[in-house]
Ligand binder design. Structure first.
Ligand code: GLU
Length: 296
C-alpha cells in the first residue's frame, strides 16, 4: 500500500460540560465518537469543557468519568479547559490583532430592549441575532469605555471576518459540503464578561490542540460550525471533518436536557441497568421506552 493509500488515523473526542449529570443522549454521542475512532484503530479523547466557571462543578466532572467507564468507554487522552485559559487568551489576542473583534458593553437587558424596538430584528439558526449595537461604536468611545472599566465582552465581527477570509466551506459527513453563513449565529461572543473564553473559542482552539480529525457531536450544535470554521480560517487551524448526528428525544419529541428526570446515566445505573448492555442497545438503535432518535 502506498503512503497515499494508507488509512487516515482518526482522532475523535467527546467534549461534555460538567454542568449536570450526563443523560442517555450524551452516552449515545460518546459512543458514536468512540466507535468511529476505534473501528479503524484510531484515538478517542475526552475533553472537559468547563470554561463556564459559574455553572460547572467538580462533582459533575467526576460523574462524567464514572458514567463513561460504566458504559465501557475509556479515553486515550484528557484535556481540561479550565487549565487552558492562557491558550484562549493568546487566540483572542491574535484575533484582536486581525481587527475582527469588538468590545460589547450591552447587557442581556440592553439587547432584549433593542430587539423588541426593532421591526426587522435579524434571526439566525438559534433565534434573534445580536443587533450589532456596539459594532457601531467609534474607536475613541470603545477605548474610553474600556479605560473607564465598563464591563464588556468581546464579539467576533462576522462580516469583517468573512471579508478577510473569503468564502469558506466545511464538510459534514451526513449533511455534505456546507458554505459558511454569516448569519447562522451572527456576531457571537468569544470572551464573556464573566467567562474567560466562550464555548466557540475554546472548542476551536482545543480541537486543533488535541489533533481532532473528526468532530462527532449532536446536530443541536450544527449552526455553530459556521462560526467554528471561520475561526479556524482566521487562526490558521486545521479543519476537521464534522459528523452531526441525530439527537435523542423523549416521547414528546423534545431533546433531553441535563435536568430530564429519570434519564441520567447515574439514575439508570441506580435502577440496576447494566452499562455495557445499555451501550450495546444504543449502538443497535434500541432505546428505553419513550426515547428515540429525532427524525432526520
Ligand atoms: N461542551 C459542548 C456541549 O456539551 C460540546 C459540543 C461539541 O461537541 O462541540 O454541548
Amino acid at each position: 500500500m502506498s503512503q497515499t493509500d494508507s488509512p487516515r488515523h482518526l482522532v475523535t473526542r467527546f467534549a461534555p460540560s460538567p454542568t449536570g449529570r450526563l443523560h442517555i443522549g450524551h452516552g449515545y454521542s460518546a459512543l458514536q465518537a468512540y466507535d468511529l475512532a476505534k473501528e479503524s484503530g484510531g484515538t478517542f479523547l475526552l475533553r472537559i469543557e468547563d470554561t463556564d466557571v459559574t455553572r460547572c462543578r467538580p462533582e459533575f466532572t467526576d460523574g462524567i468519568y464514572e458514567d463513561l467507564r460504566w458504559l465501557g468507554l475509556d479515553w486515550d487522552g484528557l484535556m481540561i479547559q479550565s487549565e487552558r485559559f492562557a491558550a484562549y487568551e493568546a487566540a483572542l489576542d491574535r484575533l484582536k490583532a486581525l481587527g475582527v473583534l469588538y468590545p460589547c458593553f450591552c447587557t442581556r437587558g440592553d439587547i432584549a430592549r433593542e430587539l423588541a424596538a426593532s421591526l426587522h430584528a435579524p434571526h439566525g439558526a438559534d433565534g434573534p441575532l445580536y443587533p450589532g449595537t456596539c459594532r457601531h461604536l467609534s474607536e475613541t468611545e470603545r477605548i474610553e469605555r474600556i479605560v473607564r472599566g465598563d464591563p464588556h465582552s468581546w464579539r467576533l465581527d462576522m462580516g469583517d471576518a468573512l471579508a478577510l477570509t473569503g468564502p469558506l466551506i466545511w464538510h459534514d459527513a451526513i449533511a455534505g459540503d456546507m458554505s459558511v453563513e454569516r448569519d447562522a449565529l451572527g456576531d457571537l461572543i468569544l470572551k464573556g464578561r464573566d467567562r474567560p473564553a466562550s464555548y466557540h473559542l475554546a472548542v476551536v482552539v482545543d480541537d486543533a490542540a488535541q489533533g481532532v480529525t473528526d468532530v462527532v457531536r449532536g446536530r443541536d450544535v450544527f449552526p455553530s460550525t459556521h462560526a467554528h470554521r471561520t475561526l479556524q480560517a482566521l487562526l490558521d487551524l486545521p479543519v476537521p471533518i464534522y459528523r452531526h448526528h441525530a439527537l435523542i428525544v423523549d416521547a414528546e419529541g423534545k431533546r433531553l436536557a441535563k435536568r430530564s428526570a429519570g434519564l441520567s446515566l447515574a439514575e439508570l445505573r441506580a435502577r440496576g441497568v447494566e452499562g455495557r448492555q445499555l451501550a450495546d442497545d444504543l449502538r443497535a438503535g434500541r432505546f428505553p421506552v419513550g426515547i428515540s432518535l429525532d427524525a432526520p
